[in-house]
Design a protein around this ligand. Structure first.
Ligand SMILES: Cc1cc2nc3c(=O)[nH]c(=O)nc-3n(C[C@H](O)[C@H](O)[C@H](O)COP(=O)(O)OP(=O)(O)OC[C@H]3O[C@@H](n4cnc5c(N)ncnc54)[C@H](O)[C@@H]3O)c2cc1C
Length: 454
């Protein structure tokens, strides 16, 4: 232990190497429930690429595991400490190095907060689309680690679509540059894409070249109340089938609407079975919203309320962004992340309701409905072991249902610790073995975020 700390201090400022157990304990976990975390040996806050390289060389020399961390808002335990590890926090590497409006790229360090990047590129009339609900706190490094999604993915896609190049410190301290700054490029295997979503298990991202888009017009949203989740999901499918491209299509069920209302007094209609939020950032959002509103009404919406302006639209989005936090006020929560084909959304949400009944638990659902990506939130009393066991079983039943419906166990939160046993069920033995070989090629000693993903 003292060898490790002494060696780390040879290449890092003294204040960047933290061993105070009260401080290191505060960094042990991300925001996922049900995930064990170990005792870290030390927590480091490097400020430069060279310092990260020093950390990894030291880890390799002493065979010490390393867990990269961003803001620890992750929901799968992927940033949790393992015993004796170096917790490698990248939050101090938070500079935006370049914004290039001609080539429409930004070059950033991993600790840049998502919302800070959005604001900075907005000044240039540009946007960085991936917008997880946690965007005011989560980092670009963490977004890359989990291939984060968000509210606008239904139109703009996820983080994977916007990362075009990476600087990555490998397990032995070597610096790898992947990808490009150009609009196109197909030289060699696409290691950039492989690293996005690798949950800190293949390398430490120390720089990212990100594609930007011109800022779209401000989006306008509507809220539609439905008497059932079935009718709301039918409206989602009908809007897509009719050829519209909303910039957002989110669903909140009664449980989540009520939780948001009681936490933030947002005045949402809390007698509704399902609230659908639809937005357009097109050239004529009023006309597109009117058409989507008609489709909702034709599919049984009891009330369709278009926002008067973009400020009112932003309030609706804010309500949706608050929903996971609001559910936390109901008890201990476990957030599932099953994505299914859009056409199977109703079956998925109805199935979750049956699971809630079978396990006698409250399970609220918020969903990136346009992506078919559901977040069933299992609420339970963590002080009650029997209820806790039931909660875990219901969480697994939800994943089984998602796979049965042709979906995936995780649409955007990653595998981490929480879904490790489920990965094999989704990708099968051949895929699993190949992924293990890829991991070994990057990290032969198995030092990077061990015990996660596999
Ligand atoms: C209220 C709330 C709402 C959320 N909403 C969404 C949402 O809409 N969409 C969504 O996708 N997620 C959402 N999340 C989950 C979470 O915010 C995202 O997964 C986010 O990308 C994590 O970023 P982070 O900086 O907190 O990373 P962390 O949680 O610290 O780390 C996440 C993973 O990335 C790895 N990592 C971090 N930095 C690096 C690096 N520099 N190099 C290599 N690996 C690294 C870690 O090892 C870990 O595996 C939400 C979470 C909360 C609490």
């Amino acid at each position: 232990m003292s060898d490790l700390v002494d060696l780390l201090r040879e290449g890092l400022p003294a204040a960047a190497v933290v061993t105070d157990p009260d401080v290191t304990a505060a960094y042990r976990q991300d925001m996922a429930g049900f995930c064990a975390s170990g005792n870290p040996a030390v927590l480091v806050f490097p400020d430069t690429v060279d310092q990260v390289r020093h950390v990894m060389r030291t880890a390799t020399a002493l065979r010490v595991p390393v867990v990269p961390q961003g803001a620890r808002t992750g929901l799968s335990g992927a940033a949790n400490a393992v015993d004796g590890c170096i917790l490698l926090s990248l939050v101090r590497m938070n500079r935006i190095l370049e914004i290039d409006p001609v080539n429409r790229i930004a070059v950033v360090e991993p600790g840049v907060v998502n919302a800070a990047l959005s604001q900075a590129v907005g000044v240039h009339g540009l946007t960085y689309p991936p917008d997880p609900s946690s965007w005011e706190t989560c980092t670009i490094g963490g977004n890359i680690g989990t291939a984060s999604g968000g509210l606008c993915c239904v139109k703009y896609g996820t983080t994977s679509e916007y990362v075009i190049g990476l600087d990555v410190v490998l397990a032995d301290g070597e610096l790898l540059r992947t990808g490009r700054r150009t609009a196109k490029g197909v030289a060699g295997y696409d290691l950039t894409r492989l690293l996005v979503g690798s949950e800190g298990s293949l390398g430490v991202v120390v720089g990212a070249t990100l594609a930007l888009r011109p800022s779209p017009p401000p989006q306008l949203a509507l809220a539609a109340e439905f008497p059932s989740t079935d009718t709301a999901c039918a409206a989602v499918c009908a809007v897509m089938e009719a050829g519209y491209t909303p910039s957002l299509m989110e669903l909140m069920d009664t449980v989540s609407v009520r939780a948001v209302n009681s936490m933030a007094q947002m005045g949402l209609p809390d007698s509704t079975a399902a609230l659908l939020l639809i937005a357009f950032d097109t050239l004529d959002p009023v006309a597109d919203l009117a058409a989507a509103g008609e489709i909702c009404a034709a599919h049984g919406a009891t009330e369709v309320v278009p926002a008067a302006d973009s400020a009112e639209s932003e309030l609706l989005l804010q309500a949706r962004r608050l929903s996971l936090t609001a559910m936390d006020t109901l008890g201990t929560t476990m957030v599932d992340d099953v994505a299914v084909p859009r056409s199977a959304l109703a079956a998925m949400i109805n199935g979750v309701a049956e699971i809630a009944e079978r396990f006698d638990l409250t399970i609220g659902v918020v969903a990136h409905a346009g992506d078919g990506n559901t977040h069933p939130v299992v609420v339970f009393d963590a002080a009650d072991p029997e209820e806790t066991a039931r909660a875990r079983e219901s969480f697994d039943a939800i994943m089984a249902l998602g796979l049965e419906l042709g979906g995936t166990i995780t649409g955007e939160h990653g595998v981490g610790l929480l879904k490790r046993e489920w990965l094999a069920r989704e990708i099968g033995p051949v895929g699993l073995e190949l992924q293990r070989r890829v991991k070994a090629a990057f990290d032969p000693l198995g030092l990077l975020n061990p015990g996660k993903v596999f």
